[in-house]
Ligand binder design. Structure first.
Ligand code: FES
Length: 577
């Protein structure tokens, strides 16, 4: 058997003459100043996701330099290349609409260009999931490098950071508790440096998940963006990528069902973003692994929230780092984890923890006997409103609303909500249940983070801080409240959320894991029979591809043709009785 093609010999362009193809490739890259010695090295591609539209990746130039240093120290040749970059506030209509496009771009550029391994630089919410999905499909040695969290700022002596505090202060401004001058002053402090949001939002969640999966170097999740720790992690990532080539350490050896189960445990224990579940379903789907939501809920009941970070707790990501980061968390979770999973470092999670700095006393990452919440951060709900499931971030919900029955106040879509929610004549009380339809994967489209329905202004002015809210959309990982999300199937394709009418009674019971529309079966069936869904369609382009092929939230909102051809594995594994 001939040896696999490495370096510049890999993936030659098809001119019908392979030696000429190589001759031409060498000629062109020499035009960039490379010598023959450099060109005989194993090649590590580095995704440059720096962008003027992405402050969360503002340290990308420094990271790339450090990765290159690491690659060269280990005898490899680093070659950076651009891919799509996505920032939450700069990607319209929602970054989620473009996550799959970024994953396709990344996967195909990895396949198309001659690299033996790839370093994926990601940070802002959708970038790490897109890159892990791409890596799972491209299946060459791949390693994730997180950009790192931003620093925190200060407003009138109170520490602030994006974006739990963004929402808290904006809520105060809407309630007319603070004025325009003060909200401007807060705006100056919320994002104190480049880097990702400083709480346990989606970016921090995916960073922790990437490390739990074994896709970063040990300790790679938590160093803030502007620290020397982060640059040393970048250098180590570069050298590790070179060693992965010799070991042929591909994602199929790392992204196993056991590793995905570990990631689910971590998602629950960190009080992680609800988006983390959608992204994990998409990553797992690329490797033929399905997440069973009923089993996940059982998993959640036995996994306490241990990390005391906003929005579920009190601290920020840099505190998590100083408290020992993932090493401290994984040590505490050890009895619940598969410790024999392989990491990018070529050793198991157990071996990695053994080699990590020793534990010390701290108060940010709790013990399992003293959790900040006794169950996992997420609970899975079922019922006639969500036959394929919905989720609630119970660790960030109001305890008084977790068992609640109320009158539905329905908004048909985003535009309807924007037009009416702040009107003084809106018929709404604090005991009502706000329902927003048509913000699912196809509905909006892209399942925007509009599930954090704002408290109607007339109630906010009365001091109302939380209400039960239900939608088929998502919510930012930095947000909190008694908010039911990802109702599946979505209303735009005929899911039962579409049948809810103003004045209906809805009952939420987190204890019973149920979400129910309280109408008779006869009435429910009559409404369903009379309803014809009209999913949005597009005549051409990426939007057409998206609307024609996007899957529901329980399948990660991936495109159907990007998933693995079959799904032989289901996680979490079934309990033995
Ligand atoms: Fe990029 Fe929050 S906006 S991580």
């Amino acid at each position: 058997m001939s040896a696999p093609k490495r370096g510049l010999r890999k993936g030659l362009v098809n001119y019908g003459d392979t030696e000429f193809s190589l001759f031409l490739r060498r000629a062109f890259i020499k035009g960039a100043g490379f010598t023959d010695d450099a060109l005989d090295r194993p090649i590590v591609g580095i995704t440059n996701t720096g962008s003027g539209f992405n402050p969360c990746h503002g340290n990308a130039p420094q990271l790339i330099e450090a990765v290159k240093r690491g690659v060269m120290l280990a005898g490899g040749l680093p070659v950076e290349f651009p891919t799509i970059s996505l920032h939450e506030s700069f990607a319209r209509p929602t970054s989620m609409f473009l996550r799959n496009l970024m994953s396709m771009d990344t996967e195909e550029m990895i396949r198309a260009q001659p690299m033996d391994a790839v370093v994926l630089i990601g940070g802002c919410d959708k970038t790490v999931p897109a890159q892990l999905m791409a890596a799972a499909s491209a299946n060459i040695p791949a390693i994730e490098l997180i950009t790192g969290s931003m620093l925190t700022g200060s407003h009138q002596g109170t520490r602030v950071g994006a974006c739990t505090d963004c929402r808290r202060y904006w809520g105060q401004f809407r309630a007319e508790e603070i004025d325009a001058n003060e909200i401007d002053a807060v705006n100056n402090e919320l994002v104190a440096s480049v880097g990702t949001c400083s709480v346990m939002g989606t970016a921090s969640t995916m960073a922790c998940i990437a490390e739990a999966l074994g896709m970063t170097v040990s300790g790679g999740a938590s160093p803030p963006a502007v620290t020397a720790d982060r640059m040393r992690i970048a250098e180590l990532t570069g050298s590790t990528a070179v060693t992965m080539i010799a070991q042929d350490l591909t994602p199929e050896k790392i992204l196993t069902p056991k590793a995905l189960e570990n990631a689910l445990r971590v998602l629950l224990a960190i009080g992680g973003s609800t988006n983390g579940l959608v992204h994990l379903a998409a990553i797992a789907g690329r490797r033929g692994i399905r997440i069973d939501l009923e089993r996940l809920d059982q998993f959640a009941r036995e996994t306490p929230v241990l990390v005391n970070l906003k929005p579920s707790g009190a601290h920020y990501m840099e505190d998590f780092h100083h408290a020992g980061g993932m090493h401290a968390l994984l040590r505490e979770l050890r009895p619940l984890l598969h410790m024999d999973t392989l990491t990018v470092s070529g050793i198991t999670l157990e071996e990695q923890l053994h080699a990590a700095p020793p534990p010390f006393t701290q108060s940010v990452i709790r013990s399992r006997t003293d959790p900040i919440y006794p169950e996992g951060g997420l609970a899975v709900l079922f019922g006639n409103l969500a036959p394929q499931g919905a989720i609630i971030k119970q660790s960030a919900a109001h305890p008084d609303l977790m068992e609640h029955e109320g009158r539905a106040v329905v908004f048909e879509n985003l535009e309807d909500m924007a037009n009416r929610i702040d009107r003084d004549d809106l018929d709404v009380t604090a005991q009502d249940v706000l329902v927003l339809k048509n913000i699912g994967p196809k509905g909006a489209p892209g399942m925007p983070e509009a599930g954090y329905i704002p408290i109607p202004k007339k109630l906010a002015r009365q001091g109302v801080k939380d209400m039960v809210r239900i939608s088929d959309g998502r919510m930012s990982g930095t947000a909190g409240g008694t908010i039911v999300l990802h109702v599946t199937p979505e209303s735009a394709v005929g899911g039962p959320l579409a049948l809810v009418r103003n004045g209906d009674r809805i009952r939420l019971s987190v204890a019973n894991r149920s979400i129910a529309l309280l109408v008779s079966d006869t009435e429910f069936a009559a409404r369903a029979a009379a309803f014809t869904p009209r999913p949005p369609a597009a005549p051409r382009g990426y939007q057409k591809l998206f609307l024609d092929t996007v899957l529901q939230a329980d399948a990660g909102a991936d495109f159907n043709f990007l998933q693995a051809e079959s799904m032989p594995h289901t996680i979490p594994s079934a309990r033995k009785t």
